[in-house]
Design a protein around this ligand. Sequence first.
Ligand code: 9MR
Ligand code: ZN
Length: 530
Amino acid sequence: MRYEFDSPDYHFDLPENGIFVNQAGFEPEAKKSAVVLTGEDAYLVNESGERIKLAAPVSMGHDLSAGEKVFVLDFTGVDTPGRYHIEQGGRRSACFEIGRGVMRAVLDALMGIYYYQRCGCDVDERAGAARHCACHMSDSILYTDRSVRLSITGGWHDAGDYGRYVTAGAVAAAHLLLAVKLFGLDRAYLDEIRYELEWLLKMQSEDGSAYHKQTTLSHAAFCKPEEDAADMYILPPSSWATADLCAVCYLAAEFYEDDKEFKERLIGCADRAWEWLVLHPDILRFKNPADCSTGEYTEGDDKDNRLFAAAARYIRTKDEKAQEIAGALIKETGNLTGMGYANVGGLAGVCFMMDGTCDEDILSAFKGAFAFKAAELMKVCAGAGYGISMHEYDFHWGSNSLLLSNACILCFASLFTDTEIDEGILQRHLDYILGRNALGISYITGVGERCVSYPHARMAHAYEENFPGFVAGGPNTEPPEWQLKGHFVGIPPMKCYIDDVRFYSLNEVTIYWNSPAVILVSCIEKMLSK
Ligand code: 9MR
Ligand code: ZN
């Protein structure tokens, strides 16, 4: 959707109604609740205007992140399919659905974006307004030797920008594969995931390492992808990218049994990356060269990445040496439950736990870490008015992805450890993303009556259309944008957000923010269908 870049106005001017609820809605069996700001009587109203008086709102005290006193309205008992809204004190909430298939619709929206994000092929009418011609088709320049041209096309655009980054892409693909394997995400999506894997395979250099990223030197203007004509570069390799590529290729191999040739290519790529990792035990960092300003995707050490690679290799090949290396790396990896591009230790854990054949000490290290982290997160939930796992100091760039990563940890803990995770907790994390938050906004574009409408996404802007299904970054207490300097002083963390295309640290979208949401929604769907 068009937005005037020099306008001082913000688009987030939706009327406050003080009733915050998941605007997509609920499966009939789900735990259902909304957050309200007063203890007044409240009603659930269906489409024919019938009013059901709800049990009195329960005071949850002052929520530190929201900066206000909150009450919870529970309506779990209502399971009659239909469209509803809530009324309290003459104010009415956004509408939402109760019915079978609500989770499936959210999943389809979340998965749909990967097709829109495709680079290097014609994206047809299945993408609706997001259809576009093949983009970024020219050969790329090897940054370290500009006389070399490489023909590397394909993959998903990373985010609101048109770059493609190996660690981000590998992690997103890994999340989606895990959702297929563990939570029953439709196998039909394997074709879409393959589109990214095919590009990842091309990002392996001759010596087995993986180039860190493929981008122009600076971000494109807000143009259509096929109009971005600047030279594309292949930037130098990193051990982060090599290890993540290695891991996702080993992980992916089992999903493509039907296509032996592709499976062999995945394993071949993973083997070569693994050999490179073994021969190069020291970290190979990536840093943006002075003339490149696209996403850097820098990380701390590379122990967690190597651990992920070792875990994926072990479960694929049962290589004892890989298991030994993993055993040593566990002791050096601080975070054994990390789910994101900068911390993939938890993905190593998921590999070992789902396989279950490794040494007991490795298994118990991961199970212990997941159980411990889950207990910690549930404690945070218990202390928060909104019942979610975010501290008031947790709202940084991509805060929605931290919340979703926490939820994924809870999903995996419930699957692989003895920890009892109340489905209500998982549901509340999803509810937050879909509107049960202090701004009453659904952070998924196109989903819900009051949803993000001005994402920082070049494509959406250039097409003057908002594409559904993208998870936006969410509140950030310290946005770096110059227009926002001092803007959020004194504003509660959960409200440090503006739905505005200019603000990349609040409103960008990425392939690896949708993917943990896919894990969460498919996990909830699976739990409820039992
Ligand atoms: O998701 C990344 C976030 O964790 C970082 O704080 C931020 C600043 O380094 O970068 C984010 O990643 C951006 C990437 O660099 C370029 N594509 C868009 C990504 C989302 O904003
Ligand atoms: Zn492209």
